[in-house]
Every structure is written in C-alpha cells, then in structure tokens.
Design a protein around this ligand. Structure first.
Ligand code: KG4
Ligand code: ZN
Length: 340
C-alpha cells in the first residue's frame, strides 16, 4: 500500500509518500515570507500554497519513484488550521482523487502530530500523549488507534505560542521556539523565576500569565540598559523561560502517568523538538519506568510524512472519506464538519 500525504494547514506546503516499506519521500516547502511580519499572514500563506502545491506533490512522487498510478489513497489535512490554507490542500487532493480515481482520507492535523511517532517507531497502546504545538497544548490518553480522551488542555496560549510571543518580546525572529531552545542551552535556568501556572485542579494549562510576566520583566529594564542587559543575559532569560514552560508540561505528564498507569508516553507537535523538554521527559520516563517516544526533529514540526503515515494507519482500517468532506478551522468545528 502506498499513501500520498498532503499538508497545507499553516505555513508549510508539504507532500510525502508512506508505504509498507516505510517513508519513501518527504518534501517540505517552507514559506519564509512570514518572518518579515512576526507571524503567519493567512492570505500570504494561501497564495504561497497555491503556487507550490503541484511542484511539492510532483517532487514527493518523483523522489519515491512513483506515479499517481502507484498510489492507493490520498491523505490530506482537513484541519485544524487556516481556512484558506486548508482549502488549497484539500481542493488539490480532491482534484487528484477524482482524476485518478483514488480514495481520499481526511486527516486531523493534531492526530497526525501524534502518529508522527509511528513514522519510524511502534509505540504500544495505550499511551499518554503530550501534544505541544504552535496552536495546541493537550494531554491525551490514547486507548487504541484513533480513540482518545483529552485529559486536559490549555485555557489560553499554547506552549509554542508562549515561546513565540516571548521571543517577539526578546526581538527574536519568528518562530522563536527553536531560537530560544538554542540560546537556553548556554543559559542559567535559575537566572529569573518566571511563573509556572500549575493550576492544581487538574490537567489544564495556562501560559498567558508567563507571557505577561516576561513582558513586564523586559519593560522594567531602563531603556538605556536594555541592549547591554539582553546582550549579556539573553541565554539566561531563554533558559529561565524554557524552564518555566517545560517544568509545567513535564509535571502534568507525570501526573497523567500516575493517574492512568500508562506504560508508554509520546511527545508530539513542534515544541516536542525542544531540547529541555526532551531531556526532562527522558528523566521523568526513567523515574516512572515508562517507555518514552518522540519523533525525530524533522518530523516534530509540520510535515507531510505525519499526514501520510496517519493516512496509512487509517487506510488499514478502511477509514476513507467522502469527496464532499469539508475542512475545519478549529477543533470545535470538527463534529459539525463530520456530520455534513
Ligand atoms: O507543530 P508545529 O510545527 O505547528 C503547529 O501545528 O502549530 O509547531 C510550531 C511551534 C512554533 O510555536 C515553534 O516556535 C515551536 O513549535 N517550536 C519549538 C521548537 N521547534 C519548534 N518550540 C520550542 N523549542 C523548539 N526547538
Ligand atoms: Zn502542526
């Protein structure tokens, strides 16, 4: 079985082929234009997807030494994401499906981040998943493939959003997560104590207080001293911010393990690329004697390999979708979309 995966939910146009023998190709066209704006500009994202999607899919097929005739089904991101951006990928996939008479598989982008762990590994079920991306932060309990329960999620900003917004305050390029990660490796986590919203009543997260605290912290530095202070301590501030974010994530993960007694834990989403998070999760896994999985760095942030592998797992269950399937911008729209 060969599955073509297409991803266009945000600012990466991506295509990949996953087959019985594993991943055959993985092409990602990143949209650098957004860096100038300090965030993703939806209309620019849709235009860039439109321009590159055909070439990206063509390259994914070429690199796999396949043509559309060799493809058994087309998996495509349905949401959540930017509506205009999703429509480009979904419409393109529908066009291919009709032209070549291939079944379609709609993929939930968050599921795909979780199943990115299956591109090169085989985590055991049930498992606890920490899903940390630019738009979502959730702890889920996955009983069996495509059946999960959300234990808790963020009440406001996502973990990746916290990295990006604090990075903006520190004048770092967008997306700031990877920059903060790198700087943090040379800094002191105890330089400044940023708030850790543990919200003791459960598995929910909140990162907006941390963002505000970082803003006040920087604004309180006298203007004439700011440049020199940041020059001397950007590493330390990055380490302290990363410590505050990852501490909350890992503590809640530990709590979820204790509650569910799951033996396997996976990290998913762009923030799962974070070095401090990976290290702390590793320590926690040793402490609780659980198995920890996280994807290789290239499969943590948005890519189509995760869409193709999720499509592959769904195709094995003959879980195909109708040509009329609609995109959904947010998770709260999903039930409505599924019924239409
Ligand atoms: O999963 P993803 O590529 O896109 C969404 O679905 O949102 O996640 C992107 C997020 C951004 O907020 C980015 O700053 C963050 O992941 N990120 C990181 C790292 N690499 C990406 N955050 C912290 N450390 C990293 N190494
Ligand atoms: Zn993503």
């Amino acid at each position: 079985m060969n599955i073509l995966g297409i991803e266009s939910s945000c600012d990466e146009t991506a295509a990949a082929v996953y087959s019985d023998a594993g991943l055959k190709s993985n092409i990602i066209a990143s949209q650098n234009i957004h860096a100038n704006f300090g965030g993703v500009v939806p209309e620019l994202a849709s235009r860039a997807h439109q321009q590159t999607i055909w070439l990206t899919v063509k390259q994914a097929l070429e690199e796999s030494d396949m043509s559309m005739d060799d493809i058994d089904a087309i998996a495509v991101t349905r949401g959540p994401g930017l509506m205009g951006a999703l429509l480009v990928g979904l419409s393109f996939a529908k066009g291919l499906s009709i032209s070549y008479n291939k079944p379609l598989i709609g993929v939930n982008h968050i599921d795909a981040h979780v199943y990115a762990n299956f591109i090169e590994q085989q985590p055991d079920f049930p498992f606890i998943g920490l899903v940390v991306s630019g738009g979502h932060t959730q702890i889920i309990y996955v009983e069996e493939p495509f059946k999960h329960q959300i234990l808790g999620q963020t009440r406001d900003d996502a973990a990746g959003e916290a990295f990006d917004k604090i990075g903006k305050i520190l004048n770092l390029p967008y997306p700031a997560g990877p920059h903060i990660d790198k700087l943090a490796q040379k800094g002191d986590i105890h330089f400044h104590k940023f708030p850790q919203a543990l919200l003791h009543d459960g598995f929910e997260f909140s990162f907006s207080g941390l963002k505000t605290s970082a803003l006040y912290y920087i604004n309180d530095i006298p203007e004439e001293e700011k440049e020199a202070f940041l020059g001397d301590h950007l590493n330390d501030i990055s380490a302290s911010v990363s410590h505050a974010i990852t501490e909350v994530l890992v503590r809640k993960l530990g709590k979820a393990i204790k509650k569910t007694r799951a033996q396997t834990v996976i990290l998913a989403g762009g923030v799962s690329a974070n070095t401090m998070l990976r290290n702390k999760a590793q320590e926690m896994a040793l402490k609780y004697k659980v198995k920890l999985h996280y994807p290789r760095l290239i499969y943590c942030t948005d890519n189509a390999a995760m869409i193709a592998v999720t499509g592959y797992l769904k195709a094995q269950r003959e879980d195909f979708d109708d040509i009329r399937m609609k995109p959904f911008a947010s998770l709260s729209d999903i039930t409505i979309s599924n019924k239409q």
